[in-house]
Design a binder for this molecule. Structure first.
Ligand code: HAM
Length: 420
């Protein structure tokens, strides 16, 4: 029996990894344009980093964490998300003293013991952003716009931005009471999970995917009617800011998010193309979190993008990076040609041209097959005939044409390849 990967954890093979690299390079480029700076934290953290911050009744903490005891009996977990890790690092390194308004981003694997299905895995990857140190609604607007800009830079222009305000510690309790009273009336119509949620996390019932729960939720009181004046103004300003940046949105009072740390702004970017797991990104404001985790009072807001879902969308839409330059295959036949060719390909790579060369002494026919297989645009042919004539044959694999250029005229070889 061959050894298999762990259920819900995927290999990313080279064809797909190219898309991942593209996504990651756009992440660095776009986030850099907004002067967000990268932070890297360990994959493994102490259990307490997540236990309190995410909320004891959230499904992640209740049943989805990969937790272990290390050799000294310390409880550790594979991080289920990035926000709490970043807050831990922020507090531990007193980062507020270095940068009173920290704009941070990160990327890497996260782990949740969920039931695997399309778009939902046990190891998945996030690209995340956190801004710590400001309550200004324009910060929310800027980072939402940055996410929108990032998606568009990859060619994805049809995501829906759904946004809501979850209120704050002042106004949410009254809403929660009203919601519980309403939902209790319709308890018999709720699914088993929601009946359980009713006592612990009633807001989550509003985004249950079960049809019968959605019917109940559609008539439920709306948080929008309970927002205090501060929260209402904040939300209005966030929406206005998003508009000012030129991004569009839809207010959806069903966006409640699955983690307890959120206050005020909550949002998701959703798609019609991926079936049930339709959230490509989610985020919101968490003004009490740094304090809750033992740090100073620092407001914060952020989001995370699911990279597997994003890459599925790119594949679905056949979007790929276009400006990689021509791929070249060096077909050298015989030892003398091979030695000469090694120098030539090194020079080509210095010019930024991608080259693969074969070293296993095969004949022209099999070398041409390899060139075809890797999708090379040009095959450079150097055998004893070419060496005798002092030329390099360049075969254009698309046009099915061939030219010979002087072997010592390196710059015309480069020009020919880069012109194609
Ligand atoms: P989240 O909504 O739990 O938020 O996850 C963000 C995104 O990660 C989701 O929209 C989805 O695309 C992806 N995702 C989540 N779980 C899985 C899974 N099992 N398989 C594949 N993709 C998944 C957070 O994690 C927050 N930390 C976001 C945040 C940052 N809020 C403020 N700052």
């Amino acid at each position: 029996m061959p050894i298999k990967a762990i259920k819900g954890m995927n290999d990313i093979l080279p064809e797909e990894a190219e898309l991942w690299q593209w996504v990651e390079s756009e992440m660095h480029r776009i986030f850099g344009l907004f002067h967000y700076r990268e932070i890297r934290t360990p994959v493994v953290e102490s259990l307490e980093v997540f236990a309190r911050s995410l909320g004891s009744s959230t499904s992640i903490v209740e049943k989805e964490m990969y937790s272990f005891e290390d050799r000294q009996g310390k409880k550790i977990v594979l991080r289920p998300e990035g926000t709490a890790s970043v807050m831990r690092a922020y507090i531990e390194n007193h980062y507020d003293q270095q940068d009173p308004l920290a704009r941070l981003y990160y990327h890497g694997p996260m782990y949740r013991y969920e039931r695997p299905q399309k778009g939902r895995y046990r190891q998945f990857h996030q690209i995340g952003v956190e801004v710590i140190g400001s309550e200004a609604p324009m910060i929310d607007a800027e980072l939402i716009h940055m996410a929108d800009y990032f998606f568009k830079s990859l060619g994805i222009d049809d995501l829906e931005l759904e946004i809501n305000s979850l209120g704050c510690m002042v106004c949410r309790p009254e809403f929660t009471d009203k919601l519980i009273a309403y939902l209790t009336e319709y308890k018999a119509d709720l699914c088993e999970d929601c009946i359980r949620r009713l006592g612990k996390n009633p807001l989550r019932i509003l985004d249950c995917k079960q049809e019968k729960c959605q019917a109940v939720a559609s008539e439920a009181p709306s948080i929008q009617e309970f927002l205090c004046q501060n929260c209402e103004e904040h939300f209005d300003d966030v929406l206005e800011g998003i508009g000012r940046f030129g991004s569009s949105y839809a207010v959806n009072t069903g966006i409640v998010r699955g983690l307890d740390y959120y206050q005020r702004t909550a949002f998701e970017f959703t798609t019609q193309h991926l079936g049930a797991q339709n959230a490509v990104a989610g985020g919101g404001r968490y003004d009490g979190l740094v304090r809750l985790m033992g740090g100073p009072h620092m407001p914060g807001v952020g989001f995370a993008i699911g990279v597997e879902r994003l890459v599925s969308l790119l594949k679905e839409k056949s979007l790929t990076k276009t400006d990689q330059g021509s791929l070249v295959f060096m077909a050298a036949i015989g030892t003398a040609a091979g030695n000469k060719a090694v120098k030539l390909v090194s020079e080509l790579r210095k010019q930024g041209i991608r080259v693969e060369m074969s070293y296993d002494g095969k004949g022209l026919k099999s070398l041409m097959k390899r060139s075809d297989r890797i999708g090379a645009r040009y095959t450079l042919i150097l055998g004893s005939d070419e060496l005798d004539k002092g030329v390099l044959a360049i075969r254009d694999m698309q046009e099915q044409s061939q030219v010979e250029l002087p072997l010592d005229d390196f710059s015309s070889v480069v020009t020919h390849i880069q012109g194609g």
